[in-house]
Design a protein around this ligand. Structure first.
Ligand code: GSH
Length: 208
């Protein structure tokens, strides 16, 4: 069985969507990153990096990093048709995933959402947040250009859209101006049966 480590509302939402798209069976382990549960020794035993998403594999070992997890899952569920045979198409998927995770998430949203992780003074935090917002806006424009008039980022639905999904949800939450084609894509993604099935575990529960 796959062991999926997930924090609702975080980037692991994209992997949750993918697991549902693939019809994969998995055990769900909730790790609330806002409460710091990713730093608990029990979780560090499963994933020493202390981050989500992480995927415990049936043969043992844990797979980390969103692009690697997405590629592995797609390649191991060939019936779902989400891992192309064509090498150029494979490279385009990795390229899109790396841009969305490495640039838009890690060098954009991370600074927008968590500037206090890097700087203690409020002015520095405001400047870092503003820098993050510029990076996200630039990223959204590039993604919008890449999508053009297609329904999904690379035309047909692909694993790239699972990363796009959580980024667009964050963009909406953080009040970014959303290019119309990306807004339409987000609505399209939310209407997919897999997204509806995943919905209860996409949102962070507010505890009393
Ligand atoms: N490069 C990692 C990024 C993962 C990441 O930063 N996850 C965040 C949630 S969106 C996290 O676990 N944050 C907790 C922490 O950094 O302590 C990936 O591709 O999976």
């Amino acid at each position: 069985m796959l062991e999926f480590y997930h924090s609702p509302g975080s980037c692991s939402n994209g992997i949750l969507l993918l697991l549902h798209e693939l019809g994969a069976s998995f055990d769900l382990h909730l790790v609330d990153v806002r409460k710091g549960e990713q730093r608990a020794p029990a979780y560090r035993q499963a994933n020493p990096k202390g981050k989500v998403p992480a995927l415990g594999l049936p043969g043992g070992g844990v797979l980390t990093e969103f692009p690697a997890i997405a590629v592995w899952l797609a390649a191991h569920h060939p019936d779902a048709g989400l891992w192309p045979a064509d090498r150029m198409a494979q490279a385009r998927l990795v390229e899109a995933l790396d841009f969305m995770i490495g640039s838009v998430h890690m060098r954009g949203f991370t600074f927008v959402k968590l500037p206090q992780k890097f700087l203690s003074d409020p002015e520095g935090q405001a400047a870092l947040r503003a820098h993050g917002r510029d990076e996200v806006s630039r990223g959204l424009d590039l993604l919008s250009d890449q999508m053009g008039q297609g329904d999904y980022l690379l035309g047909e639905f692909s694993i790239a859209d699972t990363a796009l999904f959580f980024l667009l949800c964050w963009a909406e939450e953080e009040g970014f101006a959303m290019p119309p084609n990306l807004a339409a894509c987000l609505a399209r993604l939310r209407a997919r049966p897999a997204c509806r099935a995943a919905a209860p575990m996409l949102r962070r529960r507010v505890s009393a």
